[in-house]
Design a protein around this ligand. Structure first.
Ligand SMILES: [Zn+2]
Length: 347
C-alpha cells in the first residue's frame, strides 16, 4: 500500500455552533447535528494513533469574498449575524453565538486543504468540521447547512488556484441540492449525488434534474455496501472519468451508515473504506491524486467516528485499524433487484 501525505483539518472552535434540541425542553432530545459528532471522531483518531501519520492543516476563517463566489451577499450577511440566542433562519437551519466562527472555519479549512493539495504540500486532505454545507443554496441555508463549503472551494480552486474542471462527489445519504443548484448552469463543475431516494429535501435529487453536468443516483432505502459498489462501478466512476476533472472534492457525509438515525441505508465501515479507496483511485487516475474530502452529515455516534477514521486511513494509505465493522449492525448483503434497477436507471 502506497503511503500518502494526508492533510487533516480539525478545529475545536467548530464545536461552538449549536442546534436546538427537539420537542419541548423537558424531553431533552439532543439535536442530530451536534458537536459530539466531531468530539467522538477526534477521540477515535487519537486512540488509533493516526494523528502521528497525518499533517494537521490550519482552519482559517474564509474571507467573505470567497463566500460570495457562490452565495448572495445577503445570505452571507444573514448566516454570519451572530445573534445572542439561537435563531431559526430557515428549514432546519439555526444560528447562535458560535455559529459564524464555526461556519467560517469549516469553509476556510476547506480552502486551506485545497490550497495544500493543489500546491503539492500534501497529496490529499480530509476536513472534519461542522456545520455541514451541501444543502445550503446560493441564497438559502437549510438542513443544518449554512455555507456550502465544497461549492465555495470548487469555485475558489478555479479562480484562485488554476483548476479548470472540478468534480464534486457527494455520498451523503441526502441529496446535495445546494451544490447541484449552485452549479446547475456550469459545465466546468460536475456534481454527483448518491443518496436515498425521496429523503431530504423533498422533491429533489431525481433522475430528471436538468443542468450542464449533474448526475443523481437515487437509491432505494435499505441499500447496503454491495448496492453502493454497483453504483460506483456503473455510474460514479464512468462519470468522473468522462468528465476528467483536475480536482476531486468529496462531500463525505457518513449518514448512509446502518445505524444512522437520519438515513435508512445499510452501509458498514468496510463500505465507507471501499468508497474512499475508489475515490482515491479515481483521483489518481484523473487528477494526480488531488482529492479533498469534507465531512457533510453522519449522525450515528456509533458509526461516524469509525467511518471517518477508516476514510482517513485510506487517504493516508495506512492499513486499517480494524477489518470488520466494529458496530456490528445486522445488515442485508447482496444487491436487490430494486437496487440494480435504480443504478441502471442512473447509468
Ligand atoms: Zn445527510
Amino acid at each position: 500500500m502506497a503511503r500518502r501525505r494526508t492533510g487533516l483539518v480539525f478545529d475545536e472552535r467548530c464545536f461552538g455552533h449549536r442546534n436546538p434540541p427537539g420537542g419541548p425542553p423537558w424531553l431533552a432530545i439532543p439535536p442530530f447535528e451536534r458537536p459530539e459528532r466531531l468530539a467522538a471522531t477526534f477521540r477515535a483518531l487519537e486512540g488509533s494513533g493516526i494523528l502521528r501519520h497525518v499533517e494537521r492543516l490550519p482552519a482559517r476563517s474564509a474571507p467573505r469574498a470567497a463566500l460570495e463566489l457562490v452565495h448572495d451577499a445577503s445570505h452571507v450577511e444573514r448566516v454570519l449575524a451572530e445573534p445572542r440566542a439561537t435563531l431559526r433562519l430557515d428549514h432546519e437551519a439555526w444560528i447562535g453565538p458560535g455559529s459564524a466562527t464555526a461556519a467560517l472555519l469549516a469553509v476556510g479549512g476547506t480552502l486551506e486543504a485545497v490550497a495544500g493539495v493543489v500546491a503539492g504540500d500534501v497529496d490529499n486532505a480530509f476536513v472534519l468540521a461542522r456545520p455541514p454545507g451541501h444543502h445550503a443554496e446560493a441564497a438559502r441555508p437549510m438542513g443544518f447547512c449554512l455555507l456550502n463549503a465544497t461549492a465555495v472551494a470548487a469555485r475558489w480552486a478555479q479562480l484562485a488556484r488554476g483548476a479548470t474542471r472540478v468534480a464534486i462527489l457527494d455520498w451523503d445519504v441526502h441529496h446535495g441540492n445546494g451544490t447541484e443548484g449552485i452549479f446547475r448552469d456550469d459545465a466546468s463543475v460536475l456534481t454527483i449525488s448518491l443518496h436515498q431516494e425521496g429523503l431530504y429535501p423533498p422533491g429533489t435529487g431525481g433522475l430528471d434534474a436538468s443542468g450542464e453536468a449533474i448526475v443523481n443516483v437515487p437509491l432505494p432505502a435499505g441499500t447496503g455496501d454491495a448496492g453502493y459498489e454497483l453504483a460506483f462501478e456503473r455510474v460514479v466512476e464512468p462519470a468522473v472519468r468522462a468528465f476528467a476533472p483536475d480536482l476531486l472534492l468529496i462531500g463525505a457525509g457518513q449518514d448512509a451508515a446502518a445505524s444512522d438515525p437520519l438515513g435508512r441505508m445499510a452501509v458498514t465501515v468496510p463500505g465507507f473504506r471501499s468508497w474512499a479507496e475508489r475515490a482515491v483511485a479515481l483521483a489518481e487516475e484523473c487528477c494526480g491524486g488531488r482529492l479533498v474530502a469534507f465531512l457533510e452529515g453522519g449522525y450515528s455516534l456509533r458509526h461516524l467516528p469509525a467511518a471517518n477514521l477508516a476514510i482517513l486511513e485510506v487517504l493516508a494509505g495506512l492499513p486499517p485499524s480494524f477489518e470488520d465493522d466494529p458496530v456490528g449492525c445486522d445488515v442485508p448483503t447482496g444487491v436487490r433487484e430494486i437496487e440494480r434497477a435504480a443504478v441502471e436507471a442512473a447509468a
